[in-house]
Design a protein around this ligand. Structure first.
Ligand code: ADP
Length: 377
């Protein structure tokens, strides 16, 4: 029987049921596409909007096999999944995008760094803990756990001899401490036909626990830096021979050099503004890329700033969005709550995008929003 390229003829699944899956579902609904989710928390953000929700462990071989076997296309919203099962599903004819091979490179920050080196992609100097005799000689440095780190967890700056006593246990990479002037990100998509489309470079400001506090679109950089960042991002997705959407995070140095910090093969926090600011959102673009549809225009239609709604310090329990009504009385403020009932400090509970015809005004508006709203218990 002939299948429609768009619509319910596809069985599409996601490993992971967080906010990324939830926003992906919002995009898929417009194309009348069902989305099946597996996650081990029945209250996960996408549980209520998925076509079907399977309770299961995305790191467990049998659970992933069982969930994936009946799908046409399987994607992920987190890298830490069972890769062996994904290889097996690929052999059985399931389209796994991003591919198991790509996830294997990215999941381990050590293998990821070696990939950059092998492919002449600029990144900071690094070594592996097991190969270093004298860590003190490397000070100051950044220690990163090779696998399982997320949202800044598993990353620490080690400045002094005393800090050496609180190193993370486990296989890590030791990176030089990069004196960057800005952190930039480019999101790029690629489909089976090899078509690529990149969004304009954005600028991210992180808080003290390494979570994005503000995002500005586009980044305030020269055209030359903008073009170089986009070219590098396309180069990375092509060298990976990857299908899907990829976020490429950069450090911009004083002299204009760009170093790749890390990559994420899925929709990303640095692309949330695309829902309101660009002709095609990153979620729709991911959908288009994994179904081998024509990629959408990434044209910017409004300047934007995004803030993450993070759980306030010292607040644990049922989430209250204090100041939300005042916030939405401001013009061009777009609220995205992720449906997490319980808050805790720095938990990502939602995000807000503000748009404007001027970047400066969007930034001002984002600062006001930041002051107005708090996630408390
Ligand atoms: P995660 O995968 O948890 O997001 P990252 O590798 O992106 O971790 O690191 C989190 C943050 O730590 C970065 O956004 C940056 O601010 C800082 N950081 C990471 N690596 C370095 C480095 N080599 N030099 C300086 N700062 C760094």
């Amino acid at each position: 029987m002939k299948k429609n390229l768009i619509g319910k003829d596809h069985r599409l699944g996601i490993l992971g049921g967080g906010q990324l899956g939830r926003m992906f579902i919002q995009a898929a609904i417009n194309y009348n596409i069902d989305v099946h989710i597996m996650e081990n928390d029945a209250d996960a953000p996408s549980a209520s909007s998925a076509t079907s929700f399977t309770l299961g462990d995305i790191t467990n071989f049998d659970d992933v096999m069982k969930f994936g076997a009946s799908l046409d296309v399987l994607t992920v919203e987190i890298e830490n999944v069972n890769i062996d099962a994904l290889y097996q599903l690929e052999k059985q004819g399931v389209k796994v995008y991003p591919q198991a091979r790509v996830l294997e490179i990215i999941k381990d920050k050590g293998i990821q760094k070696e990939f950059y080196k092998k492919n002449d992609l600029p990144t900071s100097e690094f070594s592996f803990t097991e190969n270093i005799d004298n860590l003190e000689a490397k000070l100051p440095f950044v220690q990163k756990i090779r696998t399982g780190g997320y949202d800044g967890q598993g990353v620490q700056v080690v400045k002094s001899k005393a800090d050496l006593n609180s190193l993370f246990k486990g296989a890590s990479i030791i990176e030089e401490l990069v004196p960057f002037t800005k952190e930039l990100s480019v999101i790029v998509a690629r489909n089976e036909n090899g078509e690529t489309e990149a969004y304009q470079t954005v600028e991210c400001q992180f808080n003290e626990v390494n979570l994005v506090e503000f995002l500005f679109s586009p980044a305030n950089v020269t055209d030359e830096i903008e073009q170089r960042a986009v070219k590098l991002a396309i180069n990375v997705i092509e060298k990976l021979d990857m299908i899907g959407i990829l976020a490429v995070e950069f450090f911009l140095l004083e002299n204009g050099d760009l170093l790749i910090n890390e990559i994420a093969p899925r929709p990303h926090n640095s692309g949330h503004h695309t829902i309101e600011c660009n002709a095609t959102s990153q979620f729709e673009q991911h959908l288009r890329s994994i179904l081998n549809l024509p990629l959408g225009s990434t044209e910017m239609i409004r300047y934007g700033a995004m803030i993450n709604l993070l759980g306030a310090e010292n607040h644990f329990g049922k989430a209250i969005y204090h100041g939300l009504e005042k916030t939405i009385s401001l013009p061009c403020v777009y609220v995205h709550l992720y449906g997490k009932t319980q808050t805790k400090p720095n938990r990502k509970m939602g995000h807000i995008t503000v748009t404007n015809s001027s970047l400066e005004e969007a930034k001002k508006s984002a600062s006001s929003v930041k002051e107005l709203i708090k996630v408390i218990s």
